[in-house]
Write a protein that binds this ligand. Structure first.
Ligand code: CS2
Ligand code: MG
Length: 416
């Protein structure tokens, strides 16, 4: 079963996606997600110029060897572009292997360890009443856990908060409307936002107090600090949120410096999640061995594929650290489906992020997984259970779109 064709598919149904489709000489196809938000074409070029020519004629069954060939063989290891490209190849090959076996992918990963994956959605509001409405809407949709983000008094816009319901409904892309808090204008330079950490730290505990008073003690609540704090600020936030019993507090510091988490951990028992921008096990080594975090945020798409994330999570399991796979709408349905298959199979599953893709995205990526009672579950279709509709994709041409950048009130650049 040799690889005959590998196509790099770039489309923009609501937002930009890069998908790799591998076809074997016996006619099986496999899909892999290679989407790197705001840097999509770098991965597309990496695949087209440097990976596809190496794949043609290779045995599609040799997943491990292909992974090692692309990782070790490149000489230039790691990095988000390289690892997203490797992830796409790896995922597509797993999809093919499972189709060849006539089994849903999770069966090849050891079979089911659970019936479904507990997920959380993104509730947000500019103020508390709007936030409460958003939490209620999520509960009505079946979510049994929510991430909570709110506006900060004095800041015109804040990460994680849709600008306004009306603006969102009329958003230019016509999709992902409720989640337009990462305002990516098409064919334009990034939006600039401003940030004030002290105002944020003053406001957030009161928000969680209000949410607990309204929704009670049981609902799992999460929060994302989006890499914006220093270690001591992060420690203070974790400590101040302890009474509200968060499921996790995410990305408190920019964790290139893994040791920063040591400071945070010394001061708080709020569970910590990190890693959506990590790309290999090396980004986690200190965090695992010193037990500085509780959840691994890497998705398959950005961590080198199913092969690599499985290894990362097995390593995490030794330390009772669990999965918390990234699942925003820029992880394509292919990347999400791969995560569902892995999540259902591993022992140390924690929580899956699930924002729901837009109708336009789902027109191109035909999914078969289900979302019921707050849980995601794979279908019994062989492979990943995703089909890519070329005809639908042709109607959605790529147009550049960037995440915002973030400046402090004095105008200096800050972490996004
Ligand atoms: C976020 C993402 O889902 C999350 O936790 O941090 O929305 C993130 O900002 C984007 O996926 C970046 O592409
Ligand atoms: Mg995040």
């Amino acid at each position: 079963m040799n690889i005959e064709k590998a196509e790099v598919l770039v489309s923009s149904p609501g937002r930009n996606f890069v998908t790799l489709r591998i076809t074997t000489d016996d006619g099986l196809t496999g899909l892999g997600d290679a989407t790197l938000n705001g840097r999509e074409l770098a991965v597309a070029a990496y695949l087209t110029e440097h990976v596809v020519p190496l794949l043609l004629g290779r045995d599609a069954h040799r997943i491990e060897d292909t992974w090692q060939y692309l990782y070790r063989g490149a000489y230039w290891r790691r990095g988000p572009v390289t690892m997203a490209a490797i992830a796409a190849v790896d995922t597509a090959l797993w999809d093919i292997k499972a189709k060849a076996a006539g089994l849903p992918l999770y069966q090849l990963l050891g079979g089911k360890s659970r019936e479904g994956l507990m997920v959380y959605g993104h509730a947000s509001g500019l103020d508390i009443p709007e936030l409460f409405d958003s939490i209620r809407e999520h509960l009505e949709e079946g979510y049994r856990a929510v991430r909570v983000q709110t506006g900060i008094p004095g800041l015109p816009s804040v990460y994680g908060v849709a600008h306004s319901k009306n603006a969102a409904a009329g958003s230019a892309s016509g999709s992902d409307a409720r989640y337009d808090y990462e305002p990516a204008r098409r064919n334009a330079i990034p939006v600039e936002e401003s940030w004030d950490t002290r105002a944020y730290l003053r406001h957030v505990p009161a928000v969680f107090e209000a949410v607990r008073n309204e929704f009670g003690p049981e609902l799992p609540l999460l929060h994302d600090a989006h890499h914006r704090l220093t270690p001591i600020q992060a420690a203070k936030l974790g400590k101040s949120l302890e009474p509200y019993d968060l499921f996790w507090l995410e990305d408190v510091t920019p964790a290139e410096n893994q040791a920063a988490l040591r400071r945070v951990r010394e001061h708080t028992t709020t569970p910590l999640a990190i890693g959506e921008v990590f790309n290999t096990v090396w980004d986690y080594r200190e965090l695992f061995e010193e037990q500085l975090i509780d959840y691994v945020r890497s998705p398959i798409t950005h961590a080198g594929g199913i092969t690599a994330l499985r290894r990362i999570l097995d390593y995490a399991a030794i330390y009772q650290i669990k999965s918390g796979m990234h699942g925003p709408t820029d992880v394509s349905p292919v990347g999400l489906a791969a995560g569902i298959h892995l999540g259902i199979a591993i022992q140390n599953f924690g929580m899956q992020e699930y924002m729901m893709h837009s109708p336009a995205t789902l027109e191109v990526f035909r999914t078969t997984f289900s979302f019921e009672n707050g849980m995601l579950a794979p279908s019994e279709a062989p492979g990943l259970g995703i089909e890519y509709d070329d005809e639908a994709a042709a109607g959605y041409a790529y147009a550049s779109a960037y995440l915002p950048v973030n400046r402090l009130l004095d105008g200096s650049m800050h972490d996004w």
